[in-house]
Write a protein that binds this ligand. Structure first.
Ligand code: G3I
Length: 345
């Protein structure tokens, strides 16, 4: 008769041992399978998280500062600029042979505190100076930048009314790109936006704004389509967004991919995780169709589900979301294996 202690020890051993079914071939480094830069976002606390470091440096070759290269961290109340936190992200990338995507310079959501006190030439000079000081600091290393982030309203018909447009008119966009190009003539300069797949009207407005800027001589090289989506995104919508951008001869960055299970829109799937695989397949297939010279890369907005802004940012979801490639324990999910499969294909 087994003693209770022996029985419990045995049971614990069985439960702990990964079953044969659970054991799968190790996931190959995803960055080695992608014919384009494969990125993830980063924030400084993650640099001290060994599991995050191991996953990020194994599977990705480019980092996007999630928020610490933005005005909210860099621009101080007195107008001075602080770079300790973005510098540490850049130093980490350099130490691990990774690139950095610059994110972001001008954003409606970051109202530029001290800018509010300026107007006319003083405002314009401070605007250009900010862009050129931030970009100039990393010129030669950071090769791609989100110069203007999310300029179009959610409804999609017009550009947002924001501090930058109020002070400089709609040409705040062209002025930003011209200043950026002067700071680093070799950098690839992008406009970054979300819901370009969900809202064709928004996509059309953004691309019209890009064409206007280009017609006025602005050095705008491409579009970041953020691709924050759910399993409910209509089939073909992602491909249509990428095709529209590509057809203008612009470069394409699929810049902030996550595939939420808790979409605000009713998810029309019994098992949304299956929809996640379908959606990821469409992203990769559509991106493979983009001419190589127009591909800036594909960036996930986080490594593990627990890293996702959907679970840990300023407005976390009430139910834990699973939008990324690795689970909260750092284990590759079916989504990661699907990515490896479609990249190989
Ligand atoms: O880490 C600090 C913490 O120490 C502090 O206690 C707390 C309260 O002040 O703030 C924490 O930092 C927050 C950070 O997220 C980490 O959670 C920042 O305040 C907060 O502003 C930051 O939010 C980021 C947001 O952009 C605004 O910058 C999100 O992480 C980031 O995922 C989100 O990313 C945006 C893209 O830039 C543009 N596209 C949409 C995307 C999602 O909103």
């Amino acid at each position: 008769m087994l003693s209770r202690r022996t029985w419990l020890a045995g049971a614990a051993g069985v439960l702990a041992a990964p079953s044969a079914l659970a054991q799968q071939a190790p996931l190959p480094p995803l960055k080695s399978l992608a014919p384009w830069p494969l990125g993830t976002c980063v924030q400084t606390p993650q640099l001290n998280d060994p599991q995050w470091v191991q996953l990020a440096t194994t599977h990705f070759n480019r980092l996007t500062p999630e928020f610490e290269m933005k005005m909210e961290v860099v621009l101080q109340a007195d107008g001075s600029l602080r770079f300790e936190r973005p510098d540490s992200l850049v130093a980490f990338a350099k130490a691990h042979g990774m690139a950095v995507h610059g994110h972001c310079l001008i954003w409606y959501a970051e109202d530029g505190g001290r800018f509010r006190d300026l107007s006319g030439d003083a405002f314009l000079n401070a605007y250009v100076d900010y862009i050129q000081k931030v970009m100039g600091r990393y010129a030669g290393f950071i090769k791609t930048w989100d110069v203007v982030n999310e300029p179009v309203t959610d409804e999609g018909s017009t550009l947002r009314d924001c501090l930058w447009s109020q002070k400089l008119g709609e040409d705040y966009i062209g002025l930003a790109f011209t200043a950026a190009h002067q700071a680093d003539p070799h950098a690839i300069l992008l406009m970054n936006e979300y819901n370009l797949e969900y809202t064709p009207k928004k996509r059309a407005t953004l691309l019209r704004a890009a064409e206007r800027a280009l017609k006025n001589g602005a050095p705008l090289h491409g579009i970041g389509t953020q691709t924050h989506i759910g399993g409910d995104v209509p089939p073909g919508a992602i491909r249509a967004a990428i095709r529209d951008i590509t057809s203008l001869g612009l470069k394409v960055h699929v810049s902030e991919v996550d595939i939420t299970l808790h979409e605000d829109r009713p998810v029309n799937a019994v098992e949304p995780r299956i929809d996640q695989l379908r959606v990821l397949d469409e992203i990769i297939d559509a991106y493979h169709e983009v001419p190589a010279a127009q591909r800036v890369g594909l960036t996930f907005w986080g490594v593990r589900d627990s890293d996702s802004w959907q679970n840990s940012g300023p407005h976390p979801r009430p139910i834990f979301d699973e939008p990324l490639l690795f689970d909260r324990f750092g284990r590759p999910k079916p989504l990661a294996r699907e990515l490896a499969k479609t990249l190989r294909a």
